[in-house]
Design a protein around this ligand. Structure first.
Ligand SMILES: C[S@@+](CC[C@H](N)C(=O)[O-])C[C@H]1O[C@@H](n2cnc3c(N)ncnc32)[C@H](O)[C@@H]1O
Length: 251
């Protein structure tokens, strides 16, 4: 039987080419971007251009491309070839791709010293003339949107992300909340295979982030996304509001 990871990769490879044309994908990312700017102090105190960021589950780069003008650099990682190809095509179409401060790599990050992750960070450091100054490469900010619900072992991921951060670095992860049985409606039935959990439980993720040793842990509702869900038995269309959590912690 295919693993959830394999099911997800197949689904996201197939969806990648049309991902950015779904206005709900763009709307969710815009709201995540606004939340990150509200909650991460560097975006209001004028220091965000000093930050090197990592995005887990970057997909086609909707969030990385919004964040990159405000950061020193951002590396996106994803486990779907199709998503990474779409990200890379967007980077290649920038006016000066060789100077871009963002890069994407297909890797399941299980170690902060992962060679693919290190190579991507090193390539960006080389572009800005900082090569080899700060090895192994670590990050000041880790972001992620709509990816936590695909991760089998959140504790393992959070521990790895802590290793990926520099001292004082921050986590700012957004995903929809498991607010009860209705949260399952976020995905149409055809998209449910491969989904590890139908949203993130606030107290569970708080305990996990706290348990791996982050400081200043805050998990709260940051925004809502209204989207169409599967029709009822009578075929009538309906929409639901899904609350999104932002999960914050400091190393
Ligand atoms: C719902 S999509 C969100 C993509 C993007 N963040 C966005 O909002 O447009 C989830 C993404 O997470 C990726 N993914 C799933 N499990 C992953 C893992 N363990 N590590 C990295 N990426 C993963 C998928 O390939 C997919 O691109």
């Amino acid at each position: 039987m295919a693993s959830n990871q394999e099911v997800n990769n197949a689904r996201f490879n197939q969806e990648a080419a049309r991902w950015d044309s779904d206005r709900k994908h763009a709307e969710g990312v815009n709201k995540a971007f606004d939340a990150i700017k509200r909650y991460v102090p560097a975006f209001s105190d004028g220091t965000s251009k000093n930050l090197d960021a990592l995005e887990i589950g970057c997909g086609t780069g909707l969030l990385s491309f919004q964040l990159s003008p405000h950061l020193r650099s951002i590396v996106g990682v994803d486990t779907s070839d199709g998503m990474i190809d779409a990200f890379n095509a967007k980077t290649a179409s920038l006016p000066d791709p060789a100077k871009a401060n963002l890069a994407a790599v297909n890797v399941l990050v299980q170690s902060a010293d992962d060679v693919h992750l290190q190579a991507a960070a090193a390539a960006l450091a080389l572009r800005r003339g900082d090569s080899g100054k700060d090895v192994p490469y670590r990050f000041d900010l880790v972001v992620s949107h709509l990816t936590l619900h695909h991760i089998p072992e959140l504790g393992e991921l959070l521990a790895t992300l802590k290793d990926c951060l520099r001292p004082g670095g921050m986590l700012a992860l957004t995903d929809y909340e498991d607010f009860g049985p209705e949260a399952i409606e976020f995905h149409a039935e055809t998209k449910r295979p491969g989904v590890e959990r139908h949203g993130i439980k606030k107290s569970e993720i708080e305990d996990i982030i706290d348990g791996v040793g982050f400081n200043e842990v805050v998990v709260e509702r940051a925004f809502e996304l209204r989207k169409e869900v599967e029709a009822k038995d009578d075929g009538s269309k309906r929409e639901m509001d899904f609350p999104f959590l932002i999960c914050l912690g400091k190393k």
